[in-house]
Design a protein around this ligand. Structure first.
Ligand code: FAD
Length: 721
């Protein structure tokens, strides 16, 4: 061994990624350890969603998570390469162009479809076990519909519009469910009657979804059949030829689309490694007593007999170590391990949990800790029947319909959060709900419709303009005129709070004014305060019919009172307030006076907020700085929104200020539109006829490369480093 211990993970699927993350967590702080992940692609493929890509529900990007996104802030090095073989004696992985040495190796290369040696299947069927498979099938489906649209020969047309799915396991059923949804979209696009399209699931067993309780099997079957999917049970496929799937009794189904989902085996790559393969304990062979389903071609052993496979999965012990080399671990679909006499199923939970065991044990060896044996902890199976329904058996509970599909989404979200954080969850929500096309989500297109950027353009300009008006009004009212005694030291603060930097004399006058119960100044102050508080929103309303001006009116009144330096101003404010209050009493009020504050200044939440934040924190700021800050923040928000420059941040600041004003008891109902308009602006409104259309891509590129973005995985789109 060199000074550095090299851990190489081959295969960045569910197992490999989980192992790399755990190894980084356990050993990442040790500079003497290198962790490298090698995969043929620079991204992890979310295999469980491949059928959605193949059948056009979501875009291909939705099943890709770049390793950069997952490992950007870790010490896991990523290499994109296809390893051809492994020399276990030399401890070397060999690709066409490079060799990679290792001290510990974790193999998680997954599986590939098994055709059981049936003639013509591999040549004529579409498989669905990789990103490329899904893209090829997606393109093919589009092509056959396009061709069928202009095909006049009924025989050929029927061939084009017949889709045969071989196998009614969860992959086959998910594909059939997705195809039925896709049929609606394709038929609409190519002007084809839906009844002309046949989707046929062909299964050798007498039931579908063998891993689910029979009630759920039945429900899934009925759901699909009611929607025009034909399910042929007890119909073993004997082979395929160009344009035809061959069944027993010399019958066949003419089709141009034959999708094979029947079985999987270990990868040929793994099968060729000089490691012991799994032993077949096949008890219920699906096809004949002389053919195994374990991945051994032309097996001549009777079901139940042990055989050493020529190809297939790699035999491991309870620590997930290869039985041949203690420094080689195998996880996921590639591993062969018998637990309680049953071979581990090739599912995501197996991949994740075997990876956890293997990563723990590699770390234990390096840290001289105890190794742990593998114990599975499966939670259940969820199967989608298209976008709108599903069946699931989770922790002993059977679910159907939107509950089943809902739980599948939830589990996916939790998984993605653990893999790549909140960013990936957001991507998932976008792909599955917010950007989904043709209403293909269980909430339909409810969340998917998008407003184009030019519609909110005028609103953006108006919102920006209003903030500029607000800031300008404050300036003309003397907010920045510190020498003339017009500035608003009391704004948003409780009476009696001394803000940093307020001159003793002036403040003394102000305090005296607010505290002396019978004095004229006091009554002016309190009247004006009351005015701003309740009825006086009316004063505000009088002052301005535009929503924004109301705020400045209110704050002007309150400020005038607490300032209390100019008795004339105070009494003017007080009489105005009294007058308005009188008016308010005279006439019956409306059901909701929209000029009234949303939160009354006398309410507990407002006094708490004012005391905690305004009096408690901001009062430490020199009042001059505070007022300059408020005025310029408003001005900047306004200009930014107007120009569409960093609109997202300006909108957040705008909403933030409105919330502060509301909690300070100074924001009226008729100003609430500020908040809702701000929310709309956050959706990229600055990129339509705004500077953001140039700056946002640059900003994203910069941000995505920062350490903080990588550490928090809070990327805007894809990381740049
Ligand atoms: C359509 C479909 C639907 C499925 N639905 C479900 C489901 O609903 N629930 C469920 O639990 N399971 C489901 N599965 C099964 C599940 O996806 C697998 O069990 C799981 O992906 C296994 O994880 P893994 O890490 O072992 O391998 P994989 O996720 O397959 O990853 C293997 C990785 O190894 C890489 N690799 C392979 N060979 C090499 C090489 N020579 N050099 C470099 N890299 C290599 C590959 O590029 C790949 O990234 C589904 C599978 C499919 C295909």
């Amino acid at each position: 061994m060199t000074d550095t211990t090299r851990i190489v993970i081959l295969g960045g699927g569910y197992g490999g990624v989980q192992a790399a993350k755990l190894l980084h967590r356990k050993l990442g702080a040790r500079p003497d350890i290198e962790i490298t992940l090698i995969d043929t692609k620079p991204f992890q493929t979310l295999m469980t969603e491949l059928h959605e890509v193949a059948c056009g529900r979501v875009e291909p990007e939705s099943v890709m998570i770049t390793y950069r996104k997952i490992f950007g802030a870790t010490r896991v090095a990523m290499v994109t390469d296809r390893v051809r073989t492994i020399d276990f004696e030399k401890r070397e992985l060999v690709s066409d162009t490079a060799k990679y040495g290792y001290d510990y190796l974790l193999i998680g290369v997954g599986a590939e479809p098994e055709d059981f040696g049936l003639p013509g299947v591999r040549e004529n069927a579409f498989m669905l076990w990789s990103f490329d498979d899904a893209l090829a099938l997606r393109q093919h489906i589009e092509e056959v519909f396009r061709e069928a649209a202009s095909e006049r020969d009924p025989q050929k047309r029927s061939e084009l519009l017949t889709f045969v799915v071989a196998g009614a396991g969860f992959t086959g059923i998910e594909v059939a469910g997705e195809l039925k949804d896709h049929r609606r979209v394709m038929c609409r696009t190519y002007h084809i009657e839906e009844s002309d399209v046949r989707i046929i699931v062909v299964e050798a067993l007498g039931w579908i979804l063998p891993n689910l309780p029979s009630k759920l099997q039945e429900k899934a079957r009925r759901y699909l059949e009611r929607r025009g999917v034909e399910i042929m049970l007890r119909s073993p496929i004997l082979g395929a030829e160009k344009g035809k799937v061959l069944l027993g009794g010399n019958t066949g189904i003419p089709t141009r689309t034959f999708i094979w989902t029947c079985g999987i085996q270990g990868r040929e790559f793994a099968g060729n490694l000089a490691l012991t393969k799994g032993r077949c304990v096949n008890r219920a062979c699906r096809f004949s007593t002389t053919q195994s389903t374990c991945g051994v071609k032309n097996c001549t052993y009777a079901p139940g007999q042990y055989v050493v496979g020529k190809r297939g999965r790699l035999l491991v012990n309870e620590y997930m170590q290869s039985v041949d080399y203690a420094n080689v671990y195998v996880v996921g679909d590639a591993a062969w391990y018998l637990e309680g006499g049953k071979v581990l199923p090739q599912i995501v939970e197996t991949a994740v949990q075997t990876a956890e065991t293997a990563a723990h044990n590699i770390a234990a060896e390096l840290e001289h800790g105890p190794m742990k044996a593998f114990h599975s902890n499966y939670h259940g199976i969820m199967v989608s029947l298209g976008a709108f329904s599903g069946v699931a058996h989770v922790m002993g509970i059977s679910l159907t319909g939107i509950f089943a599909i809902g739980i599948k989404h939830l589990i996916n979200i939790v998984h993605l959060f653990t893999v790549a954080g909140v960013n990936q969850v957001w991507e998932y929500l976008k792909h599955e709900f917010l950007d989904v096309k043709n209403q293909r989500s269980f909430i339909g297109g409810l969340a998917a419709y998008r407003v184009r950027g030019y519609w909110p353009l005028l609103l953006r300009l108006w919102l920006g303009f209003m903030w500029v008006v607000e800031a300008t009004n404050k300036m003309t009212e003397g907010w920045l005129d510190f020498s003339s005694g017009q500035s608003k030291t009391g704004w948003m603060f409780s009476p009696g709070v001394i803000q940093a930097g307020v001159k003793g004399a002036a403040f003394g006058a102000a305090t005296g004014a607010s505290e002396a119960a019978g004095a004229a100044a006091t009554s002016g102050a309190s009247a004006a305060t009351a005015a701003a508080t309740s009825g006086a929103s009316a004063a505000t309303g009088v002052a301005s019919s535009a929503g924004v001006a109301a705020t400045s009116g209110a704050s002007a009144a309150v400020g005038a009172a607490s300032n209390a330096a100019g008795a004339a101003a105070t009494s003017a404010a007080s009489s105005a307030a009294a007058q308005v209050a009188g008016q308010a009493h005279a006439a019956p009020g409306p059901w909701l006076d929209t000029t009234h504050n949303i939160l009354d200044p006398s309410w507990g939440i407002v006094t708490w907020f004012r005391h905690t934040f305004m009096d408690g924190i901001f009062a430490h700021l020199p009042y001059t700085a505070f007022q300059v800050l408020i005025v310029f923040t408003e001005l900047l928000i306004g200009l930014a929104l107007f120009g569409g420059f960093f609109t997202w941040f300006a909108a957040v600041a705008s909403i933030g200020l409105c919330i502060i004003f509301t909690l300070s008891g100074m924001f009226a109902w008729n100003q609430a539109w500020f908040i809702f308009a701000g929310i709309l602006m956050m959706g990229g409104a600055g990129r339509a006829f705004g500077i953001d259309s140039f700056t946002v891509p640059l900003f994203k590129r910069w941000w995505n490369g920062t350490r903080i973005a990588r550490r928090t995985r809070f990327y805007a789109d894809e990381p740049t480093k």
